[in-house]
Write a protein that binds this ligand. Structure first.
Ligand SMILES: [Zn+2]
Length: 108
């Protein structure tokens, strides 16, 4: 997670004015250019075309903080999703490796 404070935003604003590359700015922040672009977009410093960035502002719908049934993470996620996102991904991988659907036997 990149910390973005006013000083960072001022720096980015100036870097954009100077025509610095996104790679240069990303290096300064210590993140990848994709993260940098999201930061720039989120703070309105640069407008990007494309659904990839617009989708970040779409209301994701009802959320809940029910502990993940696997790792107990209580990070907010879409309601009725019983596993956190990393575990959901892991479940999908496991499901593709085995016919055993262990999610059916998980405690409720
Ligand atoms: Zn989890």
């Amino acid at each position: 997670m990149v910390e973005v404070n006013e000083r960072t935003l001022d720096w980015l604003d100036e870097a954009i004015d100077l025509g610095q590359s996104y790679q240069y700015m990303a290096d300064h922040l210590g993140c990848c250019t994709d993260t940098l672009k999201r930061i720039l977009h989120r703070h309105g410093l640069v407008e990007f075309e494309g659904a990839k960035y617009q989708s970040l502002t779409i209301n994701p719908g009802p959320q809940w903080e029910r502990p993940c049934m696997r790792c107990k993470s209580d990070e907010a996620r879409p309601k009725y999703q019983y596993f956190c996102t990393p575990c959901t991904e892991r479940n999908k991988r496991m499901a593709s490796q085995s016919h055993e659907d262990w999610t059916m036997t998980a405690p409720t």
